[in-house]
Design a protein around this ligand. Structure first.
Ligand code: 3H9
Length: 699
């Protein structure tokens, strides 16, 4: 047998127990073990059935993703599943935990499927930029029809056992131990001489219009190709003999595996898990958290409070007046009503939160037993300092003081307290109870257990937490400010905000930068520009003042109904604001610029070059520890398309050398803005990529 699959004989049933922690991925050893087990059972006298059961947390989490991109190792999963179907024995899968991807495909190669009620099944390959590659696209529809199968494989969702049973995917749902249940079920099937029932021999459902299905799926996936390719593979199942359809599925799978989108998505899968894994925090215990204070109940503070409440923490919300406190309570209640409606909390929990877990106060003294206080007040240094002085005076020793600032210097904020080791930045993204990103900003004196507590809080809230160092804008907003500036330069030089938004939305961003600015509120950027101008702009920096005119007229984007776009017909029905282009024309004229045209490719190339260059500076300066930290920041906080993996993964894919050459050629027009990142130059000189740095290599 193999190290990971044990063979046991229980009367007429051979049991294959799979043990490949942590999630029973179908690695080569597991595939080999299953194949050997089936062959042994076939020659084991008296064996009439085979039961496959997973030890530990899952049946199977799918193919072993770490094997992707390496030379294939026999037996291949599709061959194993075929071999299972060809066996004269009755093969039964007893599922618990997850049966995902190849794991469900193995179950589909079984003739009977049993699950515990908590089991979940799914085909999440699309989240890796792939399609199911071991028969899933052509076996699953035979059990549950095209519509349900397409829904499962194009969304990648996890389907609970009862629902899978109702769809005909699982034959029986029984509570209890998966092995005991499975053995009893196998013996029942043998006792009643249950027939062999091979999924590939069932009738394949047909569609009248595969192209329409393909188009509909493609239109929903914002540039990601794999969901639509599930349709094409399923179509093959309906139009070709089974063996040919299987080869067709395999061909599509391999093409996608070799393509850029799966590279981006597999990078995202592993980076999402690696991002919170910091060597410096190994063995460091976070401080205990029960009671959280939040200062300021605007949109951001209310969102943070909601997130904390939803994660089971008690929250004391501090506002300046009773009226402001009531408004904050109203915002939190509104957020929680949304969570209740979406089934994220029960009515009882909602009631409990509003009556017990949330307290709204106006006196700092009420924060004396808070374990952690997050300040979310107006973005101005003096205001923040006043808050931190008061917190320092009332909070108990050991309490952590956090600022939700998005740009300001945490060291300076910490300096007004007597406990800089207990101060850090916790930068949430609005709406804070929805957005997944949390930047944990580590200041010079922040203690390791305070950092660990920031990560523990993020985990508890279901966030992707990224470690950031102190600088203007930390990781995300610093990079944003650079690529936004690049977009502003392109506007001065001839592009329109609408062309830029369109090009970047086609690249895969959820929204273009100008639509984002309208959503966030143009007043935010206006305040930053005013601050920077007050500090004194470098005379070599290009300035675009036309957008200030929009703000001066009281147009701050979506919240006022007008910004770059006009939202009078609703937020989704955005149309260009007719006032904007004349303002841009006037600005170009005032600066003596003759506008030129930009193709979509040029727009994307410049915008991405600016993003990658600044990101490389952020990594080079140690503000982000690894390129993957930048990638996850952009993915989870800035709408960067997941299928491109993040800006630095994208840079590796398109080639860092070409990007550096572009940056150098742009520098011929503007050598102040386009200063190549030293790290990028070193990488190119050493013939390395950002991925080398992720793996711990240095340049
Ligand atoms: C496929 O099946 C293709 C086939 O159709 C065709 C083939 C020919 N492989 O997420 P967690 C690791 S494609 C290798 O933190 P959780 C993970 O990296 C596959 N490793 O735990 C992590 O490692 P570390 C389709 C895997 O409890 C550790 O396990 N299947 C795999 O929050 C724990 O993971 C999928 O896409 C894997 N397949 O969630 C399922 N899965 O500790 C992908 C996990 O070193 N997996 N690891 O960071 C998941 O969705 C979640 O991991 C799962 C557990 C729900 C299983």
């Amino acid at each position: 047998m193999s190290d990971t699959v044990a063979y046991e004989r229980h009367g007429d049933v051979a049991v294959l127990k799979v043990n490949n922690p942590p999630v029973n991925a179908l690695s080569q050893s597991v595939r080999q073990g299953l194949l050997n087990g089936i062959e042994r059972a076939e020659s084991d006298d008296g064996v009439r059935a085979v039961l496959i059961v997973g030890e530990g947390s899952a049946f199977f989490a799918g193919a072993d993703i770490t094997e992707f991109g390496k030379p294939p190792m026999a037996p291949a999963l599709p061959d194993l599943v075929d071999r299972m179907e060809a066996s004269p024995l009755i093969i039964i899968g007893s599922m618990h935990g997850v049966s995902l991807g190849g794991g469900l495909e193995v179950a589909l190669g079984c003739q009977y499927r049993l699950a515990v009620p908590s089991a979940k099944i799914g085909l999440p390959e699309v989240h890796l930029g792939l399609i199911p590659g071991a028969g899933g696209t052509i076996r699953l529809p035979r059990l549950c029809g095209i519509e349900a199968a397409l829904d499962i494989m194009t969304t990648g969702k996890h389907v609970p056992a009862q629902q899978a049973h109702a769809l005909g995917i699982v034959d029986e749902v029984r509570d209890g131990d998966p092995f005991e249940n499975g053995l009893a079920y196998a013996n029942e099937l043998l006792a009643k001489n249950a027939p062999r029932r091979v999924v590939s021999e069932l009738e394949m459902p047909k569609s009248d219009d595969w192209d329409a299905l393909y188009d509909a799926v493609l239109a929903k996936s914002r540039g990601q190709i794999s969901p639509a390719m599930c349709v094409r593979s399923m179509q093959g199942g309906a139009e070709m003999p089974f063996a040919e359809a299987l080869l067709n599925e395999r061909k599509i799978f391999v093409e996608l595996l070799q393509g850029d989108q799966s590279k981006g998505m597999i990078h995202a899968f592993f980076s999402e898990r690696a991002v919170g894994n910091l060597p410096e925090l190994k063995g460091v215990d976070p401080r205990a958290l029960t009671q959280i204070g939040v200062i300021g109940g605007g949109t951001m503070g209310a969102g943070i409070a909601t997130s904390a409440l939803l994660s089971g923490l008690n929250v004391t919300m501090l506002e300046m007046s009773a009226e402001a406190g009531e408004a904050a309570r109203g915002r939190i209640e509104g957020n929680l009503a949304g969570a209740l409606k979406r089934g994220k909390i029960s009515a009882e929990r909602h009631e409990e939160i509003m009556t017990k877990a949330l307290t709204v106060v106006t006196d700092y003294a009420a924060l004396s037993d808070a374990d952690l206080v997050i300040e979310a007040v107006f973005e101005e240094m003096e205001v923040k300092k006043t808050v931190f002085k008061q917190l320092d005076a009332v909070c108990k020793p050991g309490a952590i003081l956090a600022s939700n600032t998005s740009y300001l210097d945490i060291n300076e904020i910490a300096s007004v307290t007597s406990r800089p080791a207990d101060v850090l930045g916790l930068h949430f993204f609005s709406p804070a109870h929805v957005m997944r990103l949390l930047e944990v900003v580590v200041a010079d004196a922040t203690a390791p257990d305070v950092v660990a507590t920031g990560f523990a809080l993020g985990k508890r809230m279901g966030k992707i937490s990224v470690r950031a160092g102190v600088c203007d804008g930390f990781i995300g907003n610093r990079i944003l400010s650079t690529y936004r500036t690049c977009a502003d330069h392109m506007i001065l030089d001839g592009a329109s905000p609408y062309e830029i938004d369109q090009a970047l939305e086609e690249f895969g961003f959820a929204m273009g930068p100008f639509a984002v600015a309208d959503l966030a509120g143009l007043d935010i950027g206006w305040a930053v520009r005013k601050r920077k101008r007050a500090e004194g702009l470098d005379p070599r920096a290009r300035d675009a003042a036309y957008v200030d005119t929009i703000c001066e007229a009281g147009n701050f984007g979506q919240k006022t109904g007008k910004g770059y776009y006009d939202y009078s017909a609703g937020a989704k029905a955005r149309v260009p604001n007719p006032d904007v282009l004349p303002l841009i024309d006037a600005e170009r004229e005032a600066q003596g610029i003759t506008p030129k045209t930009f193709t979509k490719e040029e727009i994307v190339r410049r915008y991405m070059a600016a993003m990658v260059n600044e990101a490389a500076k952020v990594v080079g300066e140690g503000i982000a520890r690894r390129p993957l930290d930048v990638d996850m920041t952009l993915l989870f906080g800035y709408g960067f398309p997941r299928y491109r993996g993040g800006p630095l993964k994208w840079a590796d894919i398109v080639g860092v050398e070409g990007l550096l050459n572009d940056i150098k050629s742009y520098a011929e027009e503007d050598d102040y803005f386009w200063q190549p990142a030293p790290l990028l130059e070193k990488l190119v000189a050493a013939g390395k990529t950002f991925e080398h740095l992720n793996k711990g290599d240095t340049v």
